[in-house]
Design a protein around this ligand. Structure first.
Ligand SMILES: [Zn+2]
Length: 271
């Protein structure tokens, strides 16, 4: 009960910190070394760097647009060069904005009221204060009991421990299901925490599955598991491998597209 009361107080405190609606937008403040140009009706801020190069160069990344110009080149030439590449500049900047928005959507706030993607659904993080206990799921809520001053690192550690335990149980069950149905049994398997791989299979017959797959929908998890099981028959990505995948998981193309479209998986691949 005490925990619920504290949660309500925390909710009330959060509401008080909401920004006031109707406040006038602050005028843009240019950082040192930054300039602004109007391209196709949009104001575009950029950082101007001088260098010994002979031509004007452009680069766009998560920090925005950087223009590198030779020392003797004046503002009019820089403006003209930017105007000539306006379509490219605006398109690239839009791509980076969308990427940043996708990452922000995916980033979990490890606190009371944060949401966690779980098997294609979303779990609401609820913190119970006062005593430390294993997290438990109650419908669409994940209850995490922690003692003392609760930090987001503690919440993350506790929730990820729970996610890994769910992954271990679910993956074992799915490996057993597909293995028994198709007569393919890995010599051993383990959870991995790889940053760049959803799964892998080695020549000695062992399979590794990334625990973060529990964030994705169940059909995508099944596809990754079948992909790795198929490697126990075909250690390559040739046509015979893909027909083996289709035998294990007929709708694999749909699941494979969903895996590739997963925003957190841009840098992830599968072996
Ligand atoms: Zn593969």
């Amino acid at each position: 009960m005490k925990g619920r009361l504290l949660d309500r107080l925390a909710d009330a405190a959060r509401q008080l910190t909401l920004p006031l609606a109707g406040a006038p937008p602050a005028p843009p403040v240019l950082r040192a070394g930054h300039r602004v140009i109007r391209l196709a009706g949009s104001f575009v801020e950029y950082e101007l760097r001088r260098s010994a190069r002979r031509t004007i160069g452009f680069a766009i990344d998560e920090r925005g647009l950087t223009v590198t110009a030779p020392r003797g080149v004046g503002q009019a030439q820089i403006d003209a060069a930017l105007a000539a590449r306006a379509d490219w500049v605006l398109r690239k900047m839009q791509e980076w904005r969308e990427r940043a928005q996708r990452n922000a959507r995916l980033a979990v706030r490890w606190e009371h009221g944060g949401t966690l993607p779980y098997l294609g659904e979303s779990l609401l993080i609820r913190i119970e204060h006062g005593r430390r206990a294993a997290p438990r799921r109650d419908g669409a809520e994940l209850w995490i009991a922690l003692a003392g001053n609760v930090t987001s690192a503690q919440v993350r550690e506790s929730a990820q421990g729970w996610l890994k335990a769910q992954a271990r149980t679910l993956f074992a069950e799915r490996l057993g299901h597909y293995g028994a149905t198709h007569g393919i049994v890995p010599r051993r398997w383990a959870l991995s925490s790889a940053r760049t791989r959803w799964g892998s299979c080695s020549a000695d017959g062992s399979i590794r599955l990334n625990w973060r797959l529990v964030h994705l929908p169940p059909d995508v998890v099944d596809y990754v598991i079948c992909h790795e099981l198929a490697h126990l028959r075909e250690m390559n990505h040739g046509p015979r491998f893909w027909s083996e995948v289709a035998r294990l998981y007929p709708d694999y193309q749909h699941a494979r597209r969903r895996l590739r479209a997963h925003p957190g998986g841009l840098a992830m691949s599968q072996e």
